[in-house]
Write a protein that binds this ligand. Structure first.
Ligand code: CO
Length: 139
């Protein structure tokens, strides 16, 4: 069902310092920071050629990654995102198999403007999984 790995998201307490590490030490191509207030994060994209790493820093009150950073003050892997061709079909299949879709179970518009959903980490060996709908011809 899942397609390409779209991104790995890493929550960080200090975006500038994290971006500098990827750029200066790892020699990676790193984007300018983008504030996404509606998602409660500022993000930097690290382009790995075949995929992306997204460095996420909390933005504003009630950021969805604030609790994670409280528990992991140095930062850490927050979620991984796979592409699916039809997110509603994916949600139906997962729910019918007993997996828990976070929130009200319906896809939302994600940070890339495409429909996404998140699956409960307890159902996936401790890893928060994001599914993002990407039309196969664009994948
Ligand atoms: Co994501």
């Amino acid at each position: 069902m899942i397609g390409w790995l779209n991104h790995i998201a890493i929550a960080v307490p200090d975006l500038a310092s994290a971006a500098a590490k990827y750029h200066d030490l790892l020699g990676a191509k790193v984007s300018a920071p983008q504030a996404l207030p509606e998602h409660g994060v500022t993000v930097v994209f690290v382009d790995t050629g075949n995929s992306k790493v997204e460095l996420l820093e909390p933005l504003g009150d009630g950021s969805p990654i604030a609790k994670f950073l409280e528990a992991n003050p140095d930062g850490g892997m927050h979620h991984i995102c796979f592409e699916v061709p039809d997110i509603h079909a994916a949600a139906r299949r997962l729910v019918s198999e007993g997996a828990r879709v976070l929130g009200d179970g319906l896809p939302k518009t994600g940070a890339h403007g495409r429909p996404v959903l998140f699956l409960h980490p307890k159902d996936f060996t401790g890893t928060l999984i994001e599914l993002e709908e990407v039309a196969p011809e664009k994948a």
